[in-house]
Design a protein around this ligand. Structure first.
Ligand code: G4P
Length: 205
């Protein structure tokens, strides 16, 4: 049996206490992750990722703006690695040397261009990708494509909240790299008044 760390138990508590389940399989976590950001929780999250991924030989932590930056930044700090942030909008400053790929966001029903400057992903870099949510897996797959274009590769994926009832996890497993999600949601019940029943987590044993 895997015993959940105290930090991750506290993440689950925050999700239950402050998360809001919306119709369409969307969880609002603006109160501690997406808008008001609890940096103590982010520090614990960064340390949990650092413990899990310390042995993968990562040369940087890679994320995509904007909500991935806080957890990825804390993981980078804990691991002593640079943080590289993929942009979602074409750079107005320079397009030279930028790698880009088109990413479809199902949750937001929109497409965006994810890009990064080639110089920040040197050939042969092993990158640890970290993001706040895993839904369809599109952001992580986009990051994997950018890394590949650069001659680098993703060496691990760390997710704060995985919606396990959506296909992202299965799609990312095809990459055959370690994936760790700190909270895995099995089911969400919008309209359920009892907060303890509105969100069911995947049991880890
Ligand atoms: P995917 O990367 O797993 O394919 O996710 P998808 O395209 O479906 O999600 C697109 C955006 O919606 C991402 O943010 C993702 O973090 C966010 N998202 C997905 N599911 C949820 C959810 O249940 N709750 C919340 N709060 N966000 C969710 P983004 O567009 O990249 O925006 P941001 O990082 O600037 O906030």
């Amino acid at each position: 049996m895997i015993v959940m760390s105290e930090q991750m138990a506290s993440l689950q508590r925050r999700i239950v206490e402050q998360g809001r389940v919306l119709p369409g399989g969307v969880l609002r976590v603006d109160a501690f992750l997406n808008q008001r950001v609890d940096m103590r929780l982010m520090r614990d999250i960064g340390e949990a990722f650092a413990r899990r991924f310390s042995g993968i030989g990562a040369g940087c932590v890679l994320t995509v703006e904007s909500s991935g930056i806080a957890p990825a930044g804390m993981a980078a700090l804990a691991m002593g690695l640079p943080l590289v942030v993929c942009k979602k909008q074409a750079s107005r400053v320079s397009r030279d040397g930028r790698l880009s790929t088109l990413v479809r966001s199902f949750t937001r029903d929109a497409e965006y261009e994810m890009s990064v400057a080639r110089e920040f992903l040197p050939d042969g870099t092993r990158a640890l990708f970290i993001d706040d949510f895993l839904a369809m897996g599109e952001a992580a797959l986009g990051a994997a494509r950018l890394a590949e274009q650069a001659g680098a590769a993703l060496a691990g994926i760390g997710i704060v909240i995985e919606k396990s009832f959506q296909p992202g996890r299965g799609r990312l497993e095809a990459l055959r790299i370690p994936i760790m999600s700190l909270a895995r949601i099995k089911e969400m019940r919008p309209g359920e008044r009892d907060a303890s029943k509105a969100i069911e987590f995947v049991s880890e044993d």
